[in-house]
Ligand binder design. Structure first.
Ligand code: ATP
Ligand code: MG
Ligand code: MG
Ligand code: MG
Length: 474
């Protein structure tokens, strides 16, 4: 069953049970300053849970574009390390806004997995929040899941929050056993272990509270349900593989990159890691730019830039001398253009933005890498393992190496970066810049920008064939 078929099956299952099929919202959250990127299916329904917005349905389902590369949910460092984390992924979800609650949510999830998809119950496990006896009883008495397959965990695993504030509640999760021979191999490995063996596939959140900035929990107007299942993970299960990267959704891009490079995926581990990272990042970059993000030096744009530069460096490692990331847009769009037609509409714009950033970084990537290699060689000679902050800063400032890129490169040598030293060097440069500005006549200009900003100057998106322009938004 392809990713496309699984997405359709999921939406059809819930549509047949009275859920409105709602399109994915943008990856760039509008009107929510608490969020860097859309990180879950429930984001677009936040106000429905809070009782602030009424829609003409009380049940919904969707396949939501998500990016977890910053903020509360950040998986950037997990990409390449695990077989189940991406920066961009699709979250399948069903939602109840004050309509059904725990009993129905659990029944739907179990029926969809074990009857519609036909999964083997002996490879499934469930978890509940530590004192949620009600959910544990529903799993056991209503669905017949043996008590010993029901685990109880605390706040960290089984109490879901969108961010530091907002709707939240206890949750119940479903795990799939990828089988012996996968994961860490420890004899004590079990559900809850951070390795790839027991893979979390579906989270059912019983939305009951709103968390305010001071941490207090206020009950929501009506108990609600928010669920999220990673499409790539359920594809792994359904396609009988043990890594998301072996599903059709990722292989389509990996094989495209392999062909371009003239190398075979799986032949060499380092090359394969690079192909996986590029495939992951290609999706994130394509979707983020499609939704209006642009590489820049701060905020969302800097997260995008960091992802692009990591991908560019892996392309270099694979032996590409010319930009290739912009070409992966074709592979992404072949796989996902039908489900997300906006990708096809903006294809040439997306490619232009990626190519410009690739070309810009190519100018400094080689020189930066050469300098970094020298630094590493010197450290090795003197038996040290921490790259001084000054060097990290120079790579950042002169060669456009984000700190996490430098850290990622030298991690392969067992080395780390001096983050405090970097922060100091950065601070020193800021002070220097401020000194240089004094008396230059430019302070007035800064004041003009500040006041414009106060009046609502923001970047506004004016269309996909031109760059983002700036204007006063009323
Ligand atoms: P994990 O513990 O594996 O990091 P999570 O508990 O952070 O997952 P949730 O916030 O519960 O994830 O999100 C709901 C579902 O979305 C997960 O059960 C999983 O199937 C999927 N998911 C979460 N993060 C990712 C990711 N980075 N890449 C792919 N799928 C993901
Ligand atoms: Mg996570
Ligand atoms: Mg989890
Ligand atoms: Mg979870």
């Amino acid at each position: 069953m392809t990713g496309k078929e699984i997405r359709a099956r999921f939406l059809r299952y819930f549509q047949e049970r009275g859920h409105a099929v709602v399109a994915s919202s943008s990856l760039i959250p509008h009107n929510d300053p608490t969020l860097l990127f859309t990180n879950a299916g429930m984001n677009q329904f936040k106000d429905c849970f809070l009782g602030l917005e009424k829609r003409d349905y009380v049940r919904a389902c969707s396949s939501q574009k998500c990016v977890r590369a910053g903020g509360k949910h950040n998986d950037l460092e997990n990409v390449g390390r695990t077989a189940r984390h991406h920066t961009f992924f699709e979250m399948l979800g069903n939602f109840s806004f004050g309509d059904y609650f725990k009993k129905e949510a659990i029944a739907f999830a179990w029926e969809f997995l074990t009857r519609d998809l036909g999964l083997d119950k002996d490879r499934l496990y469930v978890t509940v929040y530590q004192d949620d006896d009600e959910a544990a009883d529903i799993w056991h008495l209503q669905e017949g899941v043996p008590r010993e397959r029901i685990y109880r965990f605390g706040e960290k695993d089984n109490f879901w929050s969108m961010g530091d504030t907002g709707p939240c509640g206890p949750c119940s999760e479903i795990f799939w056993d990828n089988g012996p021979g996968t994961g860490c191999g420890s004899p004590t490995c079990a559900v809850g272990c951070d390795c790839d063996r027991y893979m979390e596939i579906w989270n059912n959140v019983f939305m009951q509270f709103n968390r305010s900035a001071d941490g207090t929990l206020t009950p929501l107007p009506k108990p609600s349900v928010d669920t999220g299942m990673g499409l790539e993970r359920i594809c792994t299960v359904m396609q009988g593989v043990t890594s998301n990267y072996d599903t059709d959704l990722l292989q389509g891009i990996i094989q495209f990159v392999a062909r371009l490079s003239g190398k075979q995926y799986g032949a060499d581990e380092r090359d394969s890691v690079s192909m996986r990272v590029i495939a992951d990042h290609a999706r994130a970059v394509t979707f983020l730019i499609c939704d209006g993000a642009l590489p820049s030096n701060e905020g969302r744009g800097y997260v995008l830039r960091r992802i692009m530069r990591r991908a560019a460096r892996h392309a270099k490692m694979l032996g590409f001398a010319e930009p290739i990331l912009y070409r992966t847009v074709d592979a992404v769009n072949t796989l996902l253009g039908e489900a997300f037609p906006e990708l096809l509409e903006r294809e040439s714009y997306i490619k232009k933005v990626i190519l410009a950033e690739e070309e810009r970084f190519a100018e400094t990537l080689d020189r930066g890498l050469a300098i970094l290699n020298d630094e590493v060689a010197n450290l090795k000679k003197s038996g040290q393992t921490v790259l001084p902050g000054e060097a990290v800063f120079r790579l950042y400032d002169t060669f456009g190496f984000p700190v996490d890129l430098t850290a990622d490169i030298i991690a392969a040598e067992g080395m780390t970066v001096d983050e405090d030293g970097f922060a100091l060097a950065m601070e020193r440069q800021r002070n220097q810049a401020r000194e240089n500005w004094k008396g230059s006549g430019e302070e007035g200009i800064a004041e003009v920008y500040k006041s414009l900003h106060g009046q609502g100057l923001r970047s506004i998106f004016t269309g996909y064939d031109e760059q983002t322009t700036y204007g006063v938004v009323s």
